[in-house]
Design a binder for this molecule. Structure first.
Ligand code: NA7
Length: 543
């Protein structure tokens, strides 16, 4: 047995999740080792270096709130900072908390298997080493560089130009000057990068399969006064975020869109449009559950899109027909206006699908478009993808891949653990609020819950904790009930796995809200981890 290193916990990934997990467990006296593929901290923010990459949550809420000192020491430059600033922030936190000494960079976890006789996880690294930990924690995120979605286009291997995926972008600047650039996809990454690339490139061709609802980001710099104000509100902001519907410090609207007259609604939508940001989808409380209510905001946004585009044929192609915000809402800066530029062409690949990529072009069913550079803004195999890229084996050799082979067979109790995998925890795993929320808020909930749980197990001499099949079945039903009551169930998206060819469909996000979710998991913990089986060395409690 070549296992040499023993830890209390091994964590995969040094993004927002893994960094805080390390800190939290270390504070409680546990030994922790984090393995990270990149050569620095940051996770998705380390890899997503495409032009225009920025966060869609406001900076002073898209950060850690567990430490008032950290919150107040860092000053954000603008409402929505660009990727380099978020990466600088995460490096600042890593320095401040001296995290790097317990993170091994440039290292991938290839597989992890639970060894029942020793009650430990054995973790295999890409450098052939094996390490051992009592607790195995995944901080791999919902979207990962290991699970980028690159559609299988015929001929891509023959393409003579450069091509890149937005989520695995080169660390040196890509020069688009004088180049014909094809961008495939127009989700968040496409919508952020297209306006920036179009300014530099000779020509930009946007290959669009489904138009998106994008609303103005209305980004702006924060002046000293704004920074002082948001810092002063630290306690109130944190409190609100952790009790909110989506992890943001906003007061929820208690009104149905249908309670207001068309004129009143228009005023509400106009104001939200002017302010910009996600808050638009929280203007009424039934926009994501009532079709008629949703139609009112969908029509409003479509009319705004139409107004921005000079060519009516292009405008029509850019107008989405699905229910507003049932695919991830996108924030934009000059996205629609970019299609008024002479060097930008919109190609509808639903109407005429991409058939082949040749040495120097993209050929659709109708036409051939010559390109020098191709940008795949085609997203990710989300939620389960990052976990299933690692060979994880639980009790009796049960593999997570087998357990979750059908999308509908994915079970994760509270989105944090799964039956058959003792002492394993998933930060923002499937069936937690995760991507339907402000990620740092949800990450803080999970990290604190996991770290308190491990402390509890340690104090009470519990050897293993494992989710019960019955409990995860009930939780899964509950998640599905919420999904089918919502309009998300009417739209195909990466939330349902529909973006990846051959991926079994499943909706793996808990829609009950961040505040209620946190209350629920806290209650479960206070009831000695109801729904989990806790085993001492010789007996068993809490069945
Ligand atoms: P997204 O939002 O999943 O967007 C991917 C885009 O790529 C979307 O427009 C897809 O069209 C398109 N796509 C995917 N496969 C194809 C094929 N085969 N042909 C043409 N077009 C395709 O990924 P992002 O990286 O932009 O953002 C991911 C998340 O990061 C985002 O939601 C935020 O949470 C942050 P489709 O709509 O599937 O028809």
């Amino acid at each position: 047995d070549s296992t040499t290193e023993l830890y209390d916990a091994v964590v995969i990934g040094a993004g927002f999740s893994g960094m805080y997990m390390l800190h939290s467990l270390r504070q409680k006296g546990f030994t922790v080792r984090v393995y990270e593929k990149g050569d620095g901290v940051g996770g998705a923010w380390y890899w997503s270096r495409y032009p225009g990459a920025r966060c869609d949550s406001e900076s002073h809420t898209y950060c850690y709130t567990f430490s008032e000192e950290i919150y107040k020491e860092w000053s954000w430059s603008s409402r929505y900072p660009e990727q380099p600033e978020i990466l600088r922030y995460l490096n600042f936190v890593a320095d401040k908390l001296q995290l790097r000494e317990d993170i091994q960079f440039n290292t991938e976890v290839k597989s992890a298997s639970y060894k029942k006789d020793k009650n430990r996880w054995q973790i295999h690294l890409n450098d052939e080493r094996k390490v051992s930990a009592k607790y195995f924690i995944t901080g791999v995120g919902c979207l990962s560089v290991n699970a980028t979605n690159i559609p299988h286009f015929k001929g891509l291997d023959q393409f003579q130009g450069e091509w890149y995926h937005t989520g695995a972008w080169p660390h040196t600047k890509v020069d688009f000057t004088g180049k014909r650039v094809g961008v495939i996809g127009n989700g968040s990454s496409g919508i952020q990068s297209i306006p920036v690339i179009a300014q530099e490139a000779k020509q930009l061709i946007s290959f669009q399969r489904t138009p998106q609802f994008a609303i103005p980001a209305k980004n702006h710099p924060y002046d000293a006064d704004m920074v002082r104000q948001y810092k002063e509100k630290y306690s109130e902001t944190r409190q609100k975020m952790h009790h909110s519907r989506a992890g943001y410090p906003w007061d929820n609207s208690e009104r149905s869109a249908l309670e207001d007259s068309a004129d009143e609604r228009r005023k509400v939508y106009e104001e939200a449009w002017e302010n910009g940001g996600f808050k638009m989808s929280f203007t009424y409380n039934d926009l994501l559950i009532n079709e008629t209510a949703n139609q009112t905001i969908g029509d409003f946004v479509r009319s705004k899109i139409r107004d921005k585009i000079q060519d009516p044929t292009v405008a029509k192609k850019l107008m989405p027909s699905y229910f507003f915000a049932t695919k991830r809402l996108v924030l934009d800066t000059d996205y629609y206006e970019t299609f008024n530029r002479e060097n930008v062409t919109l190609v509808d690949v639903k109407e005429a699908p991409i058939q082949e990529i040749t040495a120097n072009s993209v050929r659709t069913a109708n036409e051939e478009y010559e390109v020098d550079i191709l940008v795949f803004a085609t997203g990710y195999d989300g939620m389960t993808g990052p976990l299933l890229k690692i060979d994880i084996q639980g009790k009796g050799g049960l593999s997570l891949k087998e357990k979750w082979a059908e999308g509908a067979s994915v079970r994760a109790y509270l989105g944090v653990a799964t039956a058959g995998f003792p002492n394993m925890f998933m930060i923002t795993g499937p069936q937690s609020p995760s991507v339907a929320s402000n990620m740092p808020t949800s990450i803080e909930h999970h990290v604190e819950w996991i770290s308190n749980c491990i402390e509890y197990l340690d104090k009470n001499d519990v050897e293993t904790i494992e989710a019960n099949e019955h409990a995860e079945e009930e939780w899964s039903k509950h998640c599905n009930d919420l999904f089918y009551r919502s309009l998300y169930s009417k739209t195909e998206s990466w939330y349902t796995g529909a973006n990846v060819e051959g991926k079994p469909p499943a909706f793996l996000i808990y829609l009950g809200g961040v505040g209620p979710y946190n209350k629920k998991i806290t209650e479960i913990a206070s009831k000695d981890y109801e729904g989990f089986t806790l085993k001492m060395t010789s007996n068993q409690i809490n069945i």
